[in-house]
Design a protein around this ligand. Structure first.
Ligand SMILES: C[S@@+](CC[C@H](N)C(=O)[O-])C[C@H]1O[C@@H](n2cnc3c(N)ncnc32)[C@H](O)[C@@H]1O
Length: 486
C-alpha cells in the first residue's frame, strides 16, 4: 500500500486527477485505507519532508529519492499504524535521528506530543504557496510617476526582483506597467485600487493582451471577456483609441465586466452578453476586426489556489471533461480565425493540460495552416510549450515552479501575408528540388528568383544542380524565374 499511496500522491501533485478518482482507479483493493493514508500524508507532506531532510532519509539508496514514498512511510511511522513489511527495516535505520528531530519540533512548538507538534506546523492555506502579488498601473486614468510617488509613501520601490522586505515593490521585468509586491501584501483596500488606478492582475494573465498588442485605432474582439482583466488591459494598450467588442455569454459575468470596464475608464469597450460562436464573422460590424483575443473557459488547473487543495478540487480534470473543453476551445479559436480581416489571434488558458493547450493549437493549425502561422512569441521567455508538438516551442507556458505565477499557456496565430503565401509554396518547391542537387563545383550555379521584380536575398536561392537536366526540371516545374549564372 505504501508504494501505491506514493504513486497516487505523485499523480495528485501532478494534477493528473483528483485524489478520489486516482484511488478508485487504482488496482489496490482496500480503497478506504489507501484514500485515508494518501489524504493524510498529503496534509502533512511539508512537515514530514522537513523531518526527512533532517534525518537524511531523503538520501537513502533503497528509497531512491522517492519523496512521496518517504512521506508516506514517515506518516505511517509517526502518526499512523506503524510500518509493516520490508520498509520497516529502512525506517528502523533512521529511528534515532527521526526521534531527535521530533523532540526538537515538540520543543519549538511547546507541545508534548508529535501529532500536536506537526499539526501546529501545518502551513496555513495562505502559506502553502506564496505567489507574489501583481498590480497593473491603469494608464487610462493614472500617471505612472504619480502612482509610484503615492505607493512610495507606504512601500519602497526597489530594483531587486527578490523582494526581501515585505514593504518592497518592483517593476516587473517582462510586462510594462506591472508592479510586483511581496506575497503577503493585500492591496484590496488601497485607495489606488478602489479608484481603478491600480488593477490587481496576476502576471500570467497579462501576457495575452501584451502579445496581441493591438495598435491604437484597431478593431478588436475579446471573445470571452468577463470579468474583464484582459479587456481593460487591451484598452490601456490601445489608449482607448479604437473599439473592443467584448463578449461573454454569461449574463451575471457581463455585469461584472461592465462594472470593471467603467471602473477602469475603458471607454473604447462595447461589452455585450453574447455567445461568441453565434457572432457572424461576415457581419459588416466586424469587417474591420484585425485582432482577436481568445481566453475561453478552461479547467483552471493552473490556478495555484486549486493546487493548494490537494483533495478533490482537481476533479475538473477528468478525461471526459478535458475532452469536452478541448473541443469547445478548438471551435472557438477556429471561429476567431474565420473573421475575414483578422490578422492576429491570441489564444490563452489557465490550464496546465496539453489537451487544452498545445493540442488545441495543433488541431486548429492543421485546418488553417494555409492561411495562418503559429508565430513564436517572446523568444526571450524561457518556459515554452511542449516540444513534442510541432508548434509547441513557439508558445509560452508559465507555472508556479518556473515563473512564480499561476499555470498559464499562450499561443499566437498570425495571418500569412498573401505574398508570403505564394512565396512559401515556391520556396517549398525549390527546397525539394534543391535537396536533389549536389554541390558539384563543375556545374554552374543557378539563381532562382521567386519574383522577377524582387531580386533580393529573401526571394533568391542559389542552387548548383547535379546535372543540366535538373536545371531544366527546375525551370519547367517551378514558376520561379530560373537563371544560370556564369
Ligand atoms: C477564463 S474566463 C475569461 C476571463 C477573462 N478573459 C479575463 O481576463 O477576465 C472564460 C469566460 O468565457 C465565457 N464563455 C464561455 N463560453 C463562451 C462563449 N461561447 N461565448 C462567449 N463567452 C463564453 C465564460 O462565461 C467566462 O466568463
Amino acid at each position: 500500500m505504501y508504494s501505491e499511496s506514493a504513486n497516487v500522491i505523485n499523480n495528485v501533485l501532478r494534477r493528473n486527477g483528483s485524489l478520489k478518482n486516482l484511488v478508485y482507479s487504482s488496482t489496490f483493493q482496500n480503497k478506504k485505507a489507501l484514500y485515508a493514508l494518501s489524504c493524510e500524508t498529503l496534509r502533512y507532506r511539508e512537515v514530514l519532508m522537513d523531518i526527512a531532510n533532517h534525518c537524511a532519509l531523503i538520501k537513502d539508496k533503497q528509497l531512491k529519492n522517492n519523496e512521496n514514498l518517504i512521506a508516506v512511510l514517515l506518516y505511517e511511522h509517526l502518526l499512523g499504524k506503524g510500518i509493516k513489511g520490508k520498509h520497516k527495516m529502512i525506517i528502523q535505520k533512521y529511528k534515532s535521528s527521526i526521534h531527535s528531530r521530533c523532540e526538537r519540533l515538540k520543543l519549538e512548538t511547546g507541545t508534548t506530543d508529535i501529532k500536536n507538534a506537526l499539526q501546529k506546523l501545518l502551513p496555513t492555506s495562505d502559506e502553502v504557496i506564496s505567489l507574489p502579488k501583481y498590480v497593473r498601473i491603469n494608464t487610462l486614468c493614472a500617471n505612472k510617476d504619480d502612482i509610484i510617488t503615492e505607493l512610495n509613501q507606504q512601500f519602497h520601490l526597489t530594483t531587486s526582483n527578490k523582494l526581501e522586505e515585505i514593504n518592497q515593490f518592483v517593476y516587473d521585468n517582462d510586462i510594462p506597467d506591472l508592479l510586483k509586491f511581496h506575497p503577503s501584501v493585500d492591496l484590496h483596500h488601497n485607495p489606488l485600487y478602489l479608484s481603478g488606478k491600480l488593477i490587481i492582475q496576476d502576471k500570467a494573465s497579462c501576457f495575452p493582451a501584451y502579445i496581441l498588442n493591438p495598435p491604437a485605432g484597431s478593431q478588436v474582439i475579446d471573445c470571452c471577456a468577463a470579468p474583464g482583466n484582459k479587456t481593460t488591459h487591451l484598452a490601456a494598450i490601445m489608449n482607448n483609441n479604437g473599439t473592443i467588442f467584448a463578449f461573454d455569454k454569461d449574463k451575471k459575468r457581463v455585469k461584472i465586466l461592465q462594472t470593471m470596464v467603467n471602473k477602469a475608464k475603458a471607454t473604447c469597450v462595447r461589452a455585450e452578453c453574447k455567445d461568441f460562436l453565434s457572432i457572424n464573422p461576415m457581419d459588416n460590424l466586424y469587417r474591420k476586426v484585425e485582432y482577436v483575443l481568445v481566453d475561453p473557459s478552461c479547467s483552471g488547473s493552473g490556478m495555484i489556489n486549486r493546487q493548494q487543495q490537494f483533495t478533490d478540487e482537481v476533479k475538473s480534470c477528468t478525461d471526459k471533461r478535458l475532452e469536452q473543453l478541448s473541443k469547445f476551445q478548438i471551435s472557438i479559436v477556429k471561429h476567431a480565425l474565420s473573421f475575414p480581416n483578422v490578422r492576429r489571434v491570441v489564444y490563452s488558458t489557465c490550464s496546465i493540460h496539453e489537451q487544452e493547450n498545445e493540442l488545441v493549437v495543433e488541431e486548429v493549425y492543421s485546418k488553417f495552416s494555409d492561411k495562418f502561422d503559429v508565430v513564436e512569441v517572446m523568444p526571450g521567455w524561457k518556459f515554452r510549450g511542449r516540444d513534442s508538438y510541432k508548434n509547441g516551442r513557439k508558445c509560452l507556458r508559465m507555472s508556479y515552479e518556473e515563473s512564480q505565477t499561476n499555470g498559464f499557456f499562450v499561443a499566437c496565430f498570425e495571418r500569412i501575408k498573401q505574398s508570403d503565401n505564394v512565396e512559401m509554396e515556391t520556396l517549398n518547391h525549390v527546397n525539394t528540388v534543391s535537396s536533389q542537387c549536389s554541390f558539384k563545383s563543375e556545374n554552374s550555379p543557378v539563381k532562382v528568383f521567386s519574383n522577377k521584380n524582387m531580386r533580393n536575398k529573401r526571394h533568391t536561392r542559389t542552387l548548383k544542380p547535379k546535372s543540366k537536366k535538373l536545371t531544366q526540371t527546375l525551370r519547367a516545374t517551378s514558376h520561379w524565374d530560373v537563371t544560370e549564372v556564369s
